[in-house]
Ligand binder design. Structure first.
Ligand code: DCP
Ligand code: MG
Ligand code: MG
Length: 322
């Protein structure tokens, strides 16, 4: 097999960096971007934080209340709500630039992509290094964003701390040690990659395979009528996307995140594919009814999902409009 060179590109502290872009004064302050839940107050979690805030131990996924505690003594710390449309705009511009540097471009998410550059670098890591630098410059010039290409600075620092210089040093470590340093996902990846096991091809992403919506309830509950109200709203939301993307679905599912944060799901396959809101609503409510039988633990978050999708082409079915 010819030498493959694949870049992993990831924007640095993405949402927080976007916030700094439109308000450069933030740069020297701890900036924390929060996903406030529908419950009001400080209920919710941290989406991300800039590196100044991370020095205080603030990180993604942390409850907002904990993060505020960490910077109690830092009056200039800034807590902002997410602005997804704005981040999506910036991401789109940057991804446009980045994709020009790839033979094959795989979009992973708003702040992440894989680029197969084997052809244009002729498998040379030296020319890949130059290409990576050009890519970073181009992204910075067009959007002012900074990004990381390759394994990244933080991983490099951990490798240095562990006195790891070569792949054969890395190979001497067992997967548990790696997991404890890098977390399970990255630990396992490094363990395999050090052994040359990573043949995942870079490929353009497929169309969506499911649509889902989830919401945090105003209060934990096992009351059918209370849950049904939110569920109907979620169905309408999902349905709007289905119409926009012109797809039909054959499977409907609902999801509970219970008060102890454990998850419960239930789904149903329909006889025929459909895009009918009525059918979506009816099936979800039936699933809700069945799921609540014998349910003891209150539900904290409620979700709905449609899958087994197909694209509608040509003539629309009459049910599409109901
Ligand atoms: N994100 C989120 N909730 C999480 C993790 C991430 O909402 N638990 C969002 C906010 C991040 C974005 O996704 O800005 C990208 O995630 P990354 O894991 O790439 O994290 P960052 O880009 O924020 O930081 P880094 O510089 O470590 O890549
Ligand atoms: Mg990132
Ligand atoms: Mg990322």
């Amino acid at each position: 097999m010819e030498q493959r060179v694949v870049f992993h590109v990831d924007f640095d502290y993405f949402y927080a960096q976007c916030e700094e872009l439109r308000n450069p004064e933030l740069k020297t302050k701890p900036v924390v971007v929060c996903v406030f839940s529908d419950r009001g107050g400080d209920s919710g979690a941290i989406a991300t934080a800039n590196y100044v805030a991370r020095k205080y131990g603030i990180k993604s996924g942390m409850p907002i209340r904990f993060a505020k505690k960490r910077v109690e003594q830092v009056p200039e710390a800034v807590f902002l709500p997410t602005d997804f449309d704005y981040y999506a705009d910036i991401s789109e511009k940057a991804m446009d630039v980045i994709s020009k540097y790839a033979d094959i471009f795989e979009y992973v998410g708003k702040d992440e992509a894989y680029l197969d550059v084997s052809k244009r670098t002729e498998g040379s890591f030296v020319s890949a290094g130059h290409l990576a630098q050009q890519l970073k410059n181009a992204v910075r010039n067009s959007t002012k964003l900074s990004c990381t290409v390759g394994i990244g600075k933080k991983t490099e620092e951990i490798f240095a701390q562990m006195d790891l210089k070569t792949i054969s040093d890395l190979k001497k470590l067992d997967v548990f040690t790696l997991n404890s340093k890098f977390g399970r996902k990255i630990g396992a990846y490094i363990y395999n990659a050090a052994r040359g096991i990573d043949d995942d091809p870079v490929s353009q992403r497929q169309e969506a395979t499911q649509y889902s919506r989830i919401t945090t309830l105003k209060q934990d509950s096992i009351d059918y009528d209370f849950l049904a109200k939110d569920l109907e709203r979620l169905c309408e939301d999902v349905h709007a996307t289905i119409l926009k993307d012109n797809v039909v679905f054959k499977s409907v599912g609902i999801q509970f995140v219970q008060s102890d944060l454990s998850t419960k799901t239930k789904s149903k396959m329909l006889k025929n594919s459909t895009s009918s809101l009525d059918e979506l609503r009816k099936t979800s409510l039936q699933l809700l009814h069945e799921s609540l039988e014998g349910q003891k633990m209150p539900v904290r978050r409620l979700g709905v999902k449609v899958s087994e999708l197909s694209q509608v082409s040509g003539q629309d079915s009459i049910t599409r409009y109901f």
